[in-house]
Design a protein around this ligand. Structure first.
Ligand code: OSB
Ligand code: MG
Length: 372
């Protein structure tokens, strides 16, 4: 499969809600999309890096530069037998898994479409729909949080994740648990605590959380392993799992009892599948995370979440929660907490070109022969 042309389109998508986490507030997303073309077919990818390094280190400006100067020139004009062959050609560039994931994921879509098969089938998926919950941002007060939880439980979401930070944790969880005694509840600290906060975090053991997501530093495994020994509630790692190697080390250390897999955080579908397989071998369940993706990234995530060890509800909730209008034509909507697999070849979605033209803020094209 030869890649003949690459197009990056950057768009600005306003969020329907104000999304606050321990690391900042988001009201819109700057979304980099990648279109790869070859043999009359197109494949789509989406990047999840942000303007500033708030979640991981990668930045949008850095990723766009890397794509234009190195990653796209390295894959254009060449014939790739399969996505793993393409991914290995990017290994000589260190780090930057989110930038690499854009290329790798777009190629999986291109490849699957050229074969006329749904991406999920090629990845080894075993489901036609995936269980989903919601990730709720930090709200103005308890009352607003309780309302948001109630609304999403009524919609059928199978698990509620609450964002926490120091000073907004035990009281919040206590109030939500009291009002919703049977709900599957989790919390996500986005790295806001230190090991010295272990006592505070241990107080959360009283509220029957499914897990505590990424309490400690984004690049730390050792302290998470120490913390895990002091908590009854399992620790779920998100930010810290940037590769299959990080996943293996976390599992060996006992730093993670659950893993949040984000395809775009670990470098693409190949690496995400290796993380999935490792966790399965350790008897650790995984779930599909989210980065407020548009329909392109969301569709990729749904396909990847059809693998057998995605047994916990993911964050890939309905696109209409996030956007008035999505960049894809197909509605990606959950039904009573189940997100159906978008049907058709590849990731099963088509681009809404009218919208893209209206909200485009930048981009570029790369053709074979551009200097690497
Ligand atoms: O930590 O899982 C996270 C969004 C952006 C960056 C990091 C995270 C999140 C979410 C929302 O929790 C997931 C989603 O709804 O897509
Ligand atoms: Mg998280």
């Amino acid at each position: 499969m030869k890649i003949e042309r690459a197009q990056v389109i950057v768009v600005e998508l306003p969020l329907r809600f104000r999304f606050e986490t321990s690391f900042g507030v988001q009201t819109s997303r700057t979304v980099p999309l990648l279109i790869l073309e070859g043999e009359g077919v197109e494949g789509y990818g989406e990047g999840v890096m942000t303007a500033l390094p708030g979640y991981r280190e990668e930045t949008l400006a850095g990723a766009l530069d890397l794509l234009e100067r190195a990653l796209l020139p390295a894959v254009l004009g060449r014939d790739w037998a399969n996505p793993e062959a393409l991914a290995s050609a990017l290994e000589r560039f260190r780090g930057n898994p989110m930038a690499k994931a854009m290329v790798e994921m777009a190629f999986w879509d291109l490849w699957a479409r050229s074969l006329g098969l749904p991406l999920a089938w090629l990845l080894g998926g075993v489901r036609e729909r995936v269980p989903v919950g919601v990730s709720l941002g930090i709200e103005a007060d308890l009352e607003a949080t309780l309302d948001a939880v109630a609304r999403h439980l009524e919609e059928g979401y199978r698990r509620i994740k609450l964002k926490i930070k120091p000073g907004w944790d035990v009281r919040l969880v206590e109030a939500v648990r009291k009002r919703f005694p049977d709900a599957h509840l989790t919390v996500d600290a986005n790295s806001a605590y230190r090991l010295a906060d272990a006592r505070t975090l241990a107080r959360l053991d009283a509220y029957d959380l499914d897990y505590i997501e990424q309490p400690l530093a984004y690049d730390d495994l050792a302290d998470h392993a120490k913390l895990a020994r002091r908590l009854a509630t399992p620790i779920c790692l998100d930010e810290s799992i940037t590769s299959a190697r990080a996943a293996r080390q976390a599992l060996e250390l006992g730093a993670a009892g659950v893993i949040n897999v984000k395809v775009a955080r670990v470098g693409g579908h190949g690496e995400a599948r290796r993380v999935h397989d490792l966790a399965r071998a350790f008897g650790v369940p995984v779930w599909m995370g989210g980065m407020l993706e548009s329909g392109v990234g969301r569709a990729h995530n749904i396909h990847a979440a059809t693998l057998p060890n995605y047994v916990l509800p993911g964050d890939t909730s309905s696109a209409s929660r996030y956007w008035e209008e999505d960049v894809v034509n197909e509605p990606l909507e959950a039904d009573r907490g189940w997100m159906p697999l978008p049907a058709g070849p590849g990731i099963g979605v088509t681009l809404n070109h009218d919208l893209l033209a209206r909200i485009r803020t930048g981009g570029f094209e790369v053709r074979p022969g551009a200097a690497a």
